[in-house]
Design a protein around this ligand. Structure first.
Ligand code: NAP
Ligand code: ZN
Length: 349
């Protein structure tokens, strides 16, 4: 099947319209008509080859929502017409310890929704800035939010699960003081989710203009991290800090805010390294510095169902397909409230 997509032919080329093909529906496959796709900062990193190893043409997009158009003979969990989502994972080995634990995100054979190895043309996966996708049923999520919220559900497939997974793993909940650093696409979901989990949430932003918004998103307190006095007031007080910042910055400023045995987990993936943290900030109070990558398929479904039950969606700004490049530029300036979502219907215009 040949369809329209938006992608780049090289690192120095803008994202523009192109034809791509999708494989025929196999026995365990679900073919999805894509309706909306979120714009993640990882799309920008990858399409501009800021991380090593981008393959071209590159069609980004891993916050995919749409409707099932066709199913293979052995698929029974999804039916044509169902609202479904696809996140960052479209395949994995399905038999290692990670896959058995439902943590396909840590499988050595994990195939990303774009830029991953595949037998399909052109030899690497192509993502959700496109009219349709064919995905093995295991990696297709059910969406039970009301249909009118569908566009605002799209960012849950990456920004939602990438913040949900570490918040759950490190025990965010009642009685815990949790910091969320960087109030962008990931960070705004982190604030909403940590608040819904019952934690005391402190949002850290470099943007004075986000102070009021962060409270509205669910933060109990907001700290403008450029202000040393505001930072110092929270010294040694956090159980957990989730750091979503997409650029290199001083990690010590945040490590000092952790209690004894506290953890800061990095999910932001800047193109160049952070300055090395001062080890004394770790050893003096047995603090941990950790990382986390998206989340597994079962926990993604758990997150989607939790969000539906709690009325949680992303705060989005809808864009047309031909507005992706200006959206990237605004994202680089932190000028997004709080996630761009592309209306896939505009690809054909
Ligand atoms: P985003 O929407 O651009 O948000 C990033 C936020 O970081 C900005 O809004 C800004 O928030 C803050 N920030 C940016 N530059 C900064 C700087 N120089 N100093 C301090 N703060 C800065 O990006 P996103 O989509 O949330 O993604 C964030 C990062 O996570 C990216 O690197 C992305 O690739 C990565 N990511 C990782 C995973 C994973 O599995 N680990 C999954 C998805 C994305 P304020 O204005 O509030 O300061
Ligand atoms: Zn993402």
């Amino acid at each position: 099947m040949t369809i329209l997509a938006y992608g780049a032919s090289a690192a120095n080329q803008p994202v523009s319209r192109m034809d791509i093909t999708r494989r025929a529906v196999g026995p365990h496959d679900v073919q999805i008509e894509i309706l909306y796709c979120g714009i993640c900062h990882s799309d920008l990193h990858q399409v501009r080859s800021e991380w090593a190893g981008t393959l071209y043409p590159c069609v980004p997009g891993h916050e995919i929502v749409g409707r099932v158009a066709a199913i293979g003979a052995h698929v029974d969990a999804h039916q044509p017409g169902d609202l479904v989502g696809v996140g960052c994972i479209v395949d994995s080995c399905q038999h290692c310890a990670e896959c058995d634990d439902g943590l396909e995100n840590y499988c050595n054979g994990m195939v990303g929704t774009y830029n991953g190895p595949t037998a399909d043309a052109p030899g690497h996966t192509l993502g959700g800035y496109s009219q349709a996708i064919v995905v093995h049923e295991r990696y297709v999520l059910k969406i039970i939010h009301p249909e009118e919220q569908l566009a605002a559900v799209a960012p849950l497939l990456c920004a939602g699960i990438t913040t949900w997974s570490p918040l759950r793993h490190w025990g965010a909940g009642p009685g815990k003081k949790v910091g969320i650093v960087g109030i962008g696409g990931l960070g705004h979901m982190g604030v909403k989710l940590a608040h819904a989990m019952g934690a005391h949430v402190v949002a850290f932003t470099t943007s004075e203009t986000k102070r009021a918004d962060a409270k509205a998103l669910g933060a109990d307190e907001v700290v403008v991290s450029r202000n040393a006095d505001e930072m110092a007031a929270h010294g040694q007080s956090f159980d957990f800090i989730l750091n979503t910042v997409a650029a290199p910055h001083d990690l010590d400023a945040f490590l000092q805010l952790l209690k004894r045995d506290g953890t800061m987990t990095l999910v932001g993936a800047p193109a160049t390294p952070h300055p090395s943290p001062n080890v004394f900030n770790l050893i003096m109070r047995r603090r941990s510095l950790a990382g986390s990558m998206i989340g597994g398929i079962p926990e993604t479904q758990e997150m989607l169902d939790f969000c539906a039950a709690h009325g949680i969606t992303a705060d989005i700004e809808m864009i047309r397909a031909d507005e992706i490049e200006p959206a990237y530029e605004r994202m680089l300036k932190g000028d997004v409230k709080y996630r761009f979502v592309m209306d896939i219907a505009t690809i054909g215009d």
